[in-house]
Ligand binder design. Structure first.
Ligand SMILES: *[C@@H]1O[C@H](CO)[C@@H](O)[C@H](O)[C@H]1NC(C)=O
Ligand SMILES: [Mg+2]
Length: 263
């Protein structure tokens, strides 16, 4: 069900997308994402001689860090990666491990076991936005991005939604911890519910004027949770700054995201 919604959204995305120049089939075709081929990235990318596929490997392993935009010549590669099967497969590989780990947990059963979910590119997908505005090769534009956030129409990442349901079924509570600001609380709650994330123990957003790095902000929120008596059994995000730092949790899971890097 949620998978269908996601594919439909992506089909809609492809009709908007100028970044992906592959032949686009009829927008009504639900499997429209499948014909997209993963590119080899043979156009070269920084440093010279490194393919886009290798650049992405460096990014996902946090060897390539602190970058502000996707190298221009890798934008098409990243677009294909994100809209094709590979992103979904990589995400599924991560969430399957997370689900297996969750199943094997010995829980306290006192209602204080929590799993932390990041929101953007973890629980909710902003692919409709990026497909329209380019896959990370442009500087971040807070105006257009906030307009997108305020539509409240981000679809769920199907693999993460499945993991969310799994951990809830095991009796683990969910805490959403996001870099979105307090001003987005209402629309974010509405979007989460609309996408199928119907309950949570806490939804933690950045306070107004909080200029800390994501790493510092998220570490501090997790430490606060611990002081409140919660045990963080798992933690999943698409950024290294979601899962490094203090009070990381019993185990961390890194979802793919070659579109942007947050310190
Ligand atoms: C952000 O996008 C808006 C709307 O397209 C544009 O007017 C503005 O100049 C952009 N801002 C930056 C910093 O690029
Ligand atoms: Mg994120």
């Amino acid at each position: 069900m949620e998978m269908k919604v996601f594919l439909w959204s992506l089909a809609a995305v492809l009709t908007l997308s100028s970044a992906v120049s592959s032949p686009v089939e009829t927008p009504r075709e639900r499997h429209i994402i499948h014909p997209l081929r993963q590119l080899s990235g043979s156009g070269g990318s920084p440093p010279s001689g490194v393919t886009c596929a290798s650049w992405r490997f460096g990014v996902e392993t946090n060897s390539v860090r602190g970058w502000t935009t996707v190298p221009r010549r890798c934008e098409r590669y990243v677009g294909h990666y994100m809209l094709g099967d590979r992103y979904r497969q990589d995400s599924a590989a991560v969430t399957a491990e997370a689900a297996a780990y969750a199943e094997g947990l010995r829980l306290n059963g006192n209602g204080k076991d929590v799993w932390i979910f990041d929101i953007d590119e973890t629980s909710l997908s902003n692919l409709p936005y990026y497909a329209h505005h380019g896959f990370g090769a442009e500087e971040y534009n807070s105006t257009t991005f906030n307009e997108w956030v305020n539509t409240g129409k981000a679809p769920a990442l199907p693999e993460s939604l499945k993991l969310y349901k799994k951990v809830l079924s095991l009796g683990v509570k969910v805490v959403f911890l996001t870099g979105r600001g307090e001003e987005s609380r209402e629309i974010t709650s509405a979007n989460l519910r609309r996408a199928g994330f119907e309950q949570w123990e806490k939804l933690l957003l950045r306070g107004e004027g909080d200029k800390r790095t994501a790493l510092a902000y998220k570490s501090s929120e997790r430490k606060k949770l611990r002081r409140e008596g919660y045990r963080i059994v798992g933690n999943i995000g698409d950024q290294w700054s979601d899962i490094l730092g203090k009070a990381q949790g019993g185990r961390t899971f890194k979802l793919p995201d070659p579109m942007y890097y947050l310190n």
